[in-house]
Design a protein around this ligand. Sequence first.
Ligand code: MLC
Ligand code: AMP
Length: 510
Amino acid sequence: MNNHLFDAIRAAARPEAVFIETADGRIWTYGDMLAQSARLAGALRKLGVQPGDRVAAQVEKSPEALMLYLASVRAGAVYLPLNTAYTLAELAYFIGDAEPRLVVCTPNTREGLLSITGGTNARVETLDQNGAGSLLELAAKEAADFADEKRGADDLAAILYTSGTTGRSKGAMLTHDNLLSNADTLRDCWRFTSADRLIHALPIFHTHGLFVASNVVLLSGASMYFLPGFSAEEALRLMPVSTVMMGVPTFYVRLIQQDGLTRAATANMRLFVSGSAPLLAETHRRFEDMTGQAILERYGMTETNMNTSNPYDGPRIAGTVGFPLPGVSLRVTDPETGKPLATGETGMIEVKGPNVFKGYWRMPEKTAAEFRADGFFITGDLGMVDAQGYVHIVGRGKDLVISGGYNIYPKEVESEIDQLPGVFESAVIGVPHPDFGEGVTAVVVRVAGAEVDEHAVLDGLKDRLARYKQPKRVIFADALPRNTMGKVQKNILRDTFAGLYAQHEDERTG
Ligand code: MLC
Ligand code: AMP
């Protein structure tokens, strides 16, 4: 055993087989993957990256970006992918917290990142195919083989930041075995083989696109169409020459609006997977009516990788996330006492297994608070297990909005809004949205006499928060509803504004 995760990837790689095909027709074989990740790993080592060092990357989706992840694993580093939508203000926190040795970015963010990293020992490099001095140019001078750093099952492979419900984001520390064990399990459960071809339209800075999709393909020696983003037309065009697609519910919501989505168009596809946010039962049924195929819904999170999946063989029940994966223990407990609940009772979902992360980066108290003494991780999701053993997610114990598969923590948005001139206080909620599942919505109370309007609030957030976190609508109220303890009653706000986006859509089409 040398490098726990990469040894397994290498073992599955047949050098002549196709690994990636891009929208512009570039083809990468597994041999190219081995050579390019070796060259990049060599470049990382030359730049002073040592085992255990963090390599942060905010780069556009490309095969080269995926190679950077693999190179980081091979060099024994800890990969820290960052959403391309993050603003400089957001990046400053992640970089300050993670203290990366190397930050890889695009040429247009280089200046900004240099201003953040000034005075630290982080280097800033670009991943630019044409740029002189880019990491790729350094890599081109390196050998096509690389002596992978020794890394064990329990060593860190990645840190992924997930926003905190109360304060700052937390870095979830994922080990080599967290990633490998989960990808192995998913490959087997979903019957991946080298004959598969995946439509990969997800971003590669989150668990879904980076670990679930890419690692499963790598570990089965399969291939993928690597698309820069999701387009329903493009996905439909590729279905006759593909076998699997993984997506967030918004992908499926957009696909069922296409007349071209038929049994014939999907005849070559053997599996459609959905996750990262709840898939409406209505979307599930409509998709099945149009294609004859039942979407397989699964449930996971950054901290735990995948926990449950509907069965490959056997009924895939709409509105459920299926059974705990092999090796994963799942229980439902009373959120107050932690006592396990009976079948059919709703409570807190807790999980334990090789998939569950090692803890939050440099936050031992937060880590301790989210684990039970017997090692179960408290997910913050509310659910129940039915008599057949299917897990149902029925709500969230955490104040969280999921929009198009991205998590938004209201607290973070509220803190930014509350600092704007003329704002007295605010409450941010998720309201049903026809495309994104939930739409981020701000309810704002003005300081007496202030004239701040929707435009001013949105303008004030522009450089502070990633676009997807910014409210789709800002509504003004005289006061926020509160209970006797003084806590804002967000359920009342959610009920009041439940029709906000439905109405908006009608107006648009009407
Ligand atoms: C884009 N926008 C969003 C948004 N994505 N707003 C809210 N929520 C989102 N998810 C903004 C754009 O900036 C744009 O703003 C406007 O909304 C419309 O953009 P669009 O062109 O319609 O969006 P598109 O580029 O098509 O992106 C939508 C999407 C994308 C759903 C394809 O968001 C996406 O790929 N989501 C996947 C997220 C994901 O991978 N999650 C996995 C997390 S891992 P404007 O005003 O500038 O036009 C995890 C664990 C697990 O959760 O279990 O998997
Ligand atoms: P993240 O922190 O981005 O990894 O998001 C994880 C959260 O997404 C989970 O805690 C759930 O709340 C939610 N989630 C993921 N998959 C599903 C699903 N299939 N159904 C409902 N919620 C889901």
